[in-house]
Design a binder for this molecule. Structure first.
Ligand SMILES: Cc1cccc(C(=O)O)c1OC(=O)C1CC1
Ligand SMILES: [Ca+2]
Ligand SMILES: [Zn+2]
Length: 312
C-alpha cells in the first residue's frame, strides 16, 4: 500500500539507533504513529525558528539517519515510549486519559537550553552545545509529557511548594520511565562532561537542590524555587523506592513498582492545584493506604521517607 503505518529506524543524537513507528505516504516516510490510542503521535521540526508545530520530519527510506532528523528520532522514540509507560503501567491512554494526540517539536529556536510542555505540545531546544545538547534524552521527554499529565489532573500551580511538587512529579515519573538510574537528563546535559546530570533524585545536592525541608529555598527566583525545592519530594520518593538511612531515619525499600503506583494515585486522586509539600505527604500516605493498607511495610516506608526529609 502506498499509505500505511510502518516500523522505521533512525540514528540517535546520543549514538546508536532507535526503532520508531513511522508512516508512509507516496514513498515518503514521516515521524508519525497511528498505531497507538491517539489518532497520531507525531514529531515535527521547528527549523530553528519559533513557529509551532513546524513541519513534518521526512525520510526517503524509513531509516532516519540525516543529522537534522536525529533529535526528532529521539523525541519521537521518547514520546511513544512514555505513551506506552502510562498505558501499560498506569492504564492511562495519553496525557489526558482519553487518547489525546501528542505533538512534539524539535529544533525550537537557536542554541536553546530548554524543553517544555506549552499546554498543547512538547517543545525541545538543541541546547547551546555546552550546557546541553539536544534536550531529547528519554527522561527529559518523560518529564515534559508528565507536565501534561499533571496539567490534565491535579493542575499543581507552577510556583512555590505546589510548583516544586509539580516539578518533582515530573522528575519522579521520568526516572521511572528511564529506569536504569536516578539521574535526570544525563545524556543531554553538558556533553563535554561525563558522569554528571541535570538533577539526581538519589542525591539532590549534586544538582544544587535541597534534600530536606529545613534547607528549602524561600526566595522568588525560579517561580519560588520550583526546580530547587523539588529536590525534597524527589529525595523522599528515592528513599521510598531504594530505602536507606537519611538524617537519622531508616526507610525500608518498597521498590520502584510500588513507588510509581503510589505517586500516580496521589497525583490523580489526591493532589489538587494548591497541594503543598505537607499535602504531598498526606496524599502519598492516602494513596499508599488505598493500595497496600495503612498497617503494612509500604505505609511505614512512606511515613519514614517524608520524616527523613523533614516533613511530618
Ligand atoms: C531544561 C528546562 C528548563 C526550564 C524548564 C524545564 C522544565 O521542563 O521544567 C526544563 O526541563 C527540565 O527540567 C527537564 C528535566 C530536564
Ligand atoms: Ca536517566
Ligand atoms: Zn519541568
Amino acid at each position: 500500500a502506498s499509505v500505511a503505518p510502518e516500523v522505521g529506524s533512525g540514528t540517535s543524537t546520543f549514538g546508536g539507533s532507535r526503532t520508531i513507528p513511522t508512516y508512509s505516504s507516496g514513498g515518503t516516510y514521516y515521524l508519525y504513529d497511528t498505531t497507538r490510542g491517539p489518532s497520531y503521535i507525531r514529531t515535527m521540526t521547528g527549523n530553528n525558528g519559533t513557529s509551532l508545530p513546524g513541519s513534518y520530519i521526512t525520510d526517503t527510506d524509513n531509516n532516519f539517519t540525516d543529522t537534522a532528523a536525529r533529535a526528532g528520532v529521539d523525541a519521537h522514540y521518547g514520546a511513544v515510549t512514555v505513551y506506552d509507560y502510562y498505558q501499560n503501567t498506569h492504564g492511562r491512554n495519553s496525557y489526558n486519559g482519553a487518547g489525546a494526540n501528542i505533538t512534539s517539536t524539535v529544533h525550537h529556536r537557536v542554541n536553546y537550553n530548554n524543553a517544555f510542555w506549552n499546554g498543547q505540545q512538547m517543545v525541545y531546544g538543541d541546547g547551546d552545545g555546552s550546557q546541553f545538547q539536544a534536550l531529547v534524552d528519554l527522561d527529559i521527554v518523560a518529564h515534559e509529557l508528565t507536565h501534561a499529565v499533571t496539567g490534565a489532573t491535579a493542575g499543581l500551580i507552577y510556583q512555590n511548594e505546589s510548583g516544586a511538587l509539580n516539578e518533582a512529579v515530573s522528575d519522579i515519573m521520568a526516572v521511572m520511565v528511564d529506569r536504569d538510574d536516578w539521574r535526570l537528563g544525563e545524556l543531554s546535559y553538558t556533553p563535554g562532561v561525563s558522569g554528571d546530570a541535570l538533577r539526581n533524585l538519589a542525591n539532590p545536592p549534586e544538582g544544587n537542590q535541597p534534600d530536606n525541608y529545613a534547607d528549602r529555598y524561600t526566595g522568588s527566583q525560579d517561580n519560588g524555587g520550583v526546580h530547587i525545592n523539588s529536590g525534597i519530594p524527589n529525595k523522599a520518593a528515592y528513599l521510598m523506592a531504594a530505602g536507606g538511612t537519611f538524617r537519622g531515619v531508616t526507610v525500608a525499600s518498597i521498590g520502584r513498582a510500588k513507588t510509581e503506583k503510589i505517586w500516580y494515585r496521589a497525583l490523580t486522586q489526591y493532589f489538587t492545584s494548591s497541594t503543598n509539600l505537607a499535602g504531598a505527604r498526606q496524599g502519598t500516605l492516602s494513596a499508599t493506604a488505598d493500595l497496600y493498607g495503612s498497617g503494612g511495610a509500604e505505609y511505614a516506608a512512606v511515613q519514614n521517607a517524608w520524616a527523613a526529609v523533614g516533613i511530618g
